[in-house]
Design a protein around this ligand. Structure first.
Ligand code: TSX
Ligand code: MN
Length: 583
């Protein structure tokens, strides 16, 4: 692949989609200005209050196009088994035919934008390029925040000879004519019929996770759904952790954590809030880069209480999607610091009537904002070699069973903990509230190949380094008998991170249990928290009966993967079951 291959691909696509014009994006400020001006004219964007929200805009999606669509997302590998039971699969030839029929002349009368983009720090050996062709100026604007558009990408395409090809058209935004298709063997993505972030900003979930996860297996690294943060104790060295959580667990909030009372001299540095690319360096040290340049986060619930750093990141150079609008032309959402104004326009553009019981902002409303605006953004955030990872953390939302924190005994046990992760569904997700769903490594919607092969790849790291970070599991959401959360969460989570780093440093002993090391009595710093009597015990309890049931559930889930399941994982389930004894 080279610049010439790029040009011939663009010509070939233009023949199929028949645009009125082709525009090669350079990522310049001038280009952005022109795009924004056009979108203000067409109503694609509304300008927000210039005084209080400089260079901020509101975009309203089609009401039928407000989220990722897992049932319309396909991995089109040659062999169905390579996609695995964790993905929808379609034969590549059939998939191309199906989606190309939709693309035919789909850009007539429209501009076709060609976006060369770079995922990862400029000059990083770990950065990768892609080119997205789209007919959506909203996509161009978002991609210009979420990735590095233009020369930096072209340079890589010319020199490295590799890039991911992404073709996107909003089509008619008809859910019946919508597909998100991935061709791992061709390093190609085709997305039709949706303008929503995860379906349309192809550099993010489609490239940096679904395709990159498969490339990473072939090349010996990991593309993960993880935040990356640095923790700096008073006068101490900054240590970095990478953490994977399913949706609705507050990943962005943790990535931007503000140290609470008693931790004023600590610092948390944000490297990334969603995706980590992890590589072993020559010394066997695991290092992480954030392939993204911006945050595309959920707005509702974000406030000065839940995430003050995020609130200070927003408010300038921000695209808001599907929030409500005040009479002062300011964005508003459920969970905002300001109580709901009497007069609001809802996310669909209608005057909001609270007596009807609906929401003013869509629960999946989003902000798109440059990472560099975050007050806690790490000085190492653009470091070409990434940051060294001292601990890997998996987590989920569980009202019972899973303790606040435990450390796995070794890498293989850590992979087991990641592979058996689960989380309870919330109102924000589709389906019933409170169901426990397995979401291995928080990658259920994003692993571009068979989970069995993916776990084998994770396990293979044990033989490649004797310096791997320890793996932990956390749960901020355990509830007491009264149905109330036992743990205050948010900033106070730094206490759990402190124990994790102490363990990683060999400075805390821990105590053994059937499921891993727990903090020994007194090791978790709870000073000033005033937890009710018994709360600590309940938070850290490992109830043998419920864990035996949990292991049975995990074994049942694992069985879906048949002979692609690494034996080490079924063996580990068995050995934990034996450790739990006969209760
Ligand atoms: O993001 C959350 N985190 C991680 C923060 C760094 N949330 C919000 C989840 C939805 C995205 C949390 N919610 C967390 C948490 O640690 N914990 C909880 C549960 C909880 C909610 C409210 C309280 C306490 C816990 N309120 C009081 O204790 C007053
Ligand atoms: Mn995510």
């Amino acid at each position: 692949m080279s610049k010439k291959d790029l040009e011939s691909w663009v010509t070939e696509v233009a023949k199929l989609v028949a645009p009125e014009k082709i525009h090669w994006c350079d990522g310049s400020e001038e280009e952005k200005k022109v795009l924004i001006a056009e979108m203000l004219k067409t109503g694609d964007l509304l300008e927000l209050n210039e005084q209080t929200h400089p260079n901020c805009f509101l975009h309203r999606s089609d009401p039928n196009d407000v989220a990722r669509v897992e049932q319309l997302t396909f991995i089109c590998s040659r062999l169905e088994d390579d996609a695995g039971p964790n993905n929808n699969w379609m034969n590549p030839a059939e998939a191309h035919a199906k989606i190309d029929a939709l693309f035919e002349r789909s850009m007539k009368g429209r501009t076709m934008y060609v976006i060369p983009y770079l995922m990862g720090p400029v000059g990083s050996p770990y950065a990768r390029a892609g080119v997205e062709i789209t007919d959506s100026p909203y996509v161009v604007l978002n991609m210009s925040i979420m990735s590095k558009i233009g020369d930096a990408a072209i340079a890589i395409i010319n020199s490295s000879s590799k890039f991911v090809k992404g073709l996107h058209s909003v089509g008619e935004l008809d859910p019946a004519r919508r597909f998100i298709m991935h061709f791992p063997e061709e390093q190609t993505i085709k997305s039709f019929g949706s303008g929503y972030g995860g379906n349309a900003l192809l550099g993010k979930k489609c490239h940096a996770l679904r395709l990159a996860s498969g490339t990473a297996k072939q090349e010996g690294w990991l593309a993960e759904h993880m935040l990356i943060l640095g923790i700096q104790p008073p006068q101490g060295e900054t240590k970095y952790i990478a953490a994977a959580f399913p949706s609705a667990c507050g990943k962005t909030n943790l990535a931007m954590l503000v140290p609470p009372k008693g931790f004023e001299d600590w610092k948390i540095w944000t490297v990334g809030d969603d995706i980590a690319w992890l590589h072993l360096d020559e010394s066997g040290q695991l290092r992480a880069i954030n392939p993204e340049a911006g945050f595309f986060g959920v707005v509702p619930g974000t406030s000065s209480t839940t995430n003050p750093n995020c609130m200070n990141t927003l408010g300038k150079n921000t695209i808001y999607t599907n929030v409500a609008l005040t009479s002062e032309q300011e964005p508003w959402w459920e969970g905002h610091d300001l109580t709901r104004p009497d007069t609001l326009v809802d996310w669909k553009g209608n005057s909001f009537d609270p007596t009807l019981g609906g929401l003013a902002a869509h629960p999946n409303a989003r902000f798109t904002v440059p990472a560099s605006q975050c007050p806690s953004f790490s000085k190492e955030g653009n470091s070409p070699n990434g940051v060294p990872i001292s601990a890997i953390v998996f987590g989920g939302r569980r009202s019972n069973v899973t303790p606040l924190v435990f450390q796995t005994y070794d890498w293989e046990h850590g992979v087991f903990a990641g592979a058996s992760m689960a989380s309870e569904t919330t109102a924000a997700a589709a389906g019933q509230v409170g169901n426990v769903r397995r979401d291995p490594m928080a990658m259920k919607p994003f692993c571009g190949y068979n989970f069995g092969d993916y776990w084998a790849h994770w396990l293979s790291f044990a033989s490649r380094s004797d310096n791997l970070p320890p793996i932990f599991h956390v749960n901020w959401f355990r509830k007491g008998a009264d149905g109330k959360f036992l743990w205050p969460g948010f900033g106070e989570n730094i206490r759990v991170l402190e124990w994790i780093l102490a363990r990683s440093d060999g400075k805390a002993e821990g105590t053994e249990s059937a499921i891993g090391y727990l903090p020994k009595s007194g090791e978790l710093n709870l000073d000033g928290l005033n937890l009710p009597p018994g709360a600590t015990e309940s938070l850290l309890a490992v109830d043998k009966k419920s864990w035996k049931k949990e292991i049975e559930d995990i074994k049942e889930y694992f069985s879906i993967f048949g002979d692609r399941l690494p034996v080490a994982l079924s063996d580990r389930a068995e050995s934990i079951k034996n450790m739990l004894g006969s209760v």
